[in-house]
Structure formats: C-alpha cells, structure tokens
Design a protein around this ligand. Sequence first.
Ligand SMILES: Cc1ncc(COP(=O)(O)O)c(C=O)c1O
Length: 398
Amino acid sequence: MSLSEEQAASLSAETVVVAAGRPARRRDEPVNPPLVLSSTYFGTGPLSDGDRGYGRYSNPTWDPFEEALGQLEGATLPGLLYASGLAAASSALSLVPAQGVLVMPTHSYAGSLVMATELAEKGFLELRTVDITDTDAVLAQLAPAGGKAASMLWLESPTNPMLGVADIRALTAAAHQAGAVVVTDNTFSTPLVQQPLSLGSDVVLHSVTKYLSGHSDVVLGALVTSDAGLRATLLHHRTIHGGIAGPFEAWLALRGLRTLALRIERSQASAAVLAERLSTHPRVGSVRFPGLATDPGHERARAQMRGFGSVLCIEVSPVEGQHGGLSGADAADRMIRALRLWLPATSLGGVESLIERRRRHVAEPASVPDNLVRMSVGIENVEDLWADLERALATLDG
Ligand SMILES: Cc1ncc(COP(=O)(O)O)c(C=O)c1O
C-alpha cells in the first residue's frame, strides 16, 4: 500500500489521485504498477483467504486502482473493480433478499432501471420507483404505513439524464431507520465532487467507464464500502458470478485516474460557462444543471457537492416555419448533426465533449422529454465548444 489510510485522509483528493496505488518505495521498483497478465498463480497447498489462487479471484493489477478508489471515497477498505458499471450494479442488487423491496429513482440510469425491472418481473424483488428529488415521496416508499419496509434504497444524484438532486443525508438516515441498505451511484460526481459514504450511504457505485478512467477507451465498474461484511458478500458475488475486470482495462483506468482532478477542474468550469450561456439562448427552452442558481437542485447540490459536475442537459425548442416547422426532437437532431467539434455519441466523462438526444434509446423512460439533449463537457477550450454550439443552433434559424 503506497499511501496509508491516515496519509490518504490527510492529503487533498487532488494529491491522492496521483500518489495512491503506487508500488513500494524500494530501489529499482517501477514507479507505476505493472500490468500482470496471468490467469493463475503458482501454489500447492490448500487455498485460504488472501491467496490469489486463480485469475477470477484476484489480479495484482486490480489492487492499486481498488486501493486508490477506496481512499478517494473516504472508505476504510479498498474498492472492488467489475467488468462494467452494470456488472457492479448487478452485484449491488444481489444484496436485496428474495422478495425484498427496492426503492429506486424513476430517472436512474436506464440500464440500472431495466435490470431492476426485469428482476421485479421475475418475482425476485419488489420495485418501487419514485421521484428522488421529492424527499417526502421517497420516505413514504421506504416505510409505507401498513406496507413492507424497503430492503434497499438506490440513489443516483444527480440523476442520469434529468440531473435531479436527492437529499442524500436525509434519505440515507430514513432508509437506515427502515432497515434498508443504501447504494449510491456516484458516477456523475466522482469522489472529488461528492462522497456518498460521508453522507451516510453504505455502498458507492461507479461506472469507471466514465470520469474515473476518463478517455472513453475502457468499460469498467466499481463498488466501494467501509462495511467489511458487505464487502465480503460483494466480493463473493463477483467471484462466483464472474463479472471481473480485465487487467489491461484496470491498468488503463489507473492511468486515467492520475489526471482526474485536472480534468474535473476544467470540465466543471466549462460546463458552468456553457450552462449560463445556453440558458439565455433563444433556441433553448430550458437548461438543467445544478450549478445554475435557478436550478431546483442548486441549494441541495451546494450542501453536498464540491462543484456541480460537468454534465448538463438542454431542451431544444421546436422551430416554427414553413412545411410544419420542426418538433423539438427533430430540431435537437438537426442541431446535433450540424456540430463539428462535439461528438454525437452516448456515454460521458471522457476528455472529449459528447452529446446525444437521450430518447434515441428505447429504454429511456417517456418521462424524459424527447427534445432533451445530454451534454458531457470535456476538456477542450470552452470558447471552441461554445462557438460550435452557437453555429449548430444557428442552423435552426433558416
Ligand atoms: C450513472 C450511470 N451508472 C451506471 C452506468 C453503467 O455503466 P457501464 O456502462 O460502465 O456498465 C452508466 C452508464 O452510462 C451511468 O451513466
């Protein structure tokens, strides 16, 4: 372990992303952890806890990333890497007992919602979806009078793609009172912007695919907890269900993590500038971004985040004119096709700015407006990003 728990706690997160997860300081040790490609390990005697044994149980290339992520989230234990964010979600959902109640945001990431819905349809659990920004509504679902109390509260804040902000502290406290375990998807914020464990959550989930690795070149997920019992259960699930990370992906993710602080600093600042400018653009009906003082989640975000993230959403206005004009969705598609710098692609959190109309995904719920465009702001020059947007929006004028 290159940084002790105490050292990591005394350093700023900007330093921990660089210093954590390094090999021991011994003469001629490499300064970066090596990539270990082996599906098995030498051994003769009976396997016990801590033995590497086999490539599905452990890999030395996972360890430094897991250590660094655990320290960044303020956990007392290393994180657990998975093959994808959804492999991590599947492991987290395994904590719900048979026929237990899962309370989940109506606007969670669509893949997590599909997974939970399918489990509910098979009768494995009872799913209650709720507007996560409405604290009273969530409380009512956690412990309904005369009804079954929840086994798990799933939080995502800000939500993907509606950017709704949950009161994580109040909801986790109520969930614990009801006897539920709380899992928070922290993909949009990263531990540099929000630390759900310090707000009371039991387990933090990441799509490492996004900001943590940061270059749109790997698919990975992770869970982090300070609860040894929960971690053992999750580790067992990962080992037996096999949703493990490839060593090369893990190595790339740590390489990406080294620049997380710089990337977040730049992309958050640019997102704030773009949100302000878009909010007064005549072709934009509304902007969702918790950093705007007018956003319904602004005060909550200020209370529990260090910054507001770098994803924002706009609703493109319909265009009136000859031949019936354009619906908001068609106007959004035309604007996106006219962009030259922003990349029309799904996903988020990479160095490059990505944009997409979310309802092009059939799994996206109909409550997401069909003209809603999600923008993941990268680290390019903000004036170049703005010029591209302005020019593309101007193509709707005539
Ligand atoms: C908030 C959030 N959680 C989880 C996931 C799933 O992650 P992955 O695509 O790595 O499986 C995504 C993917 O977009 C996401 O945006």
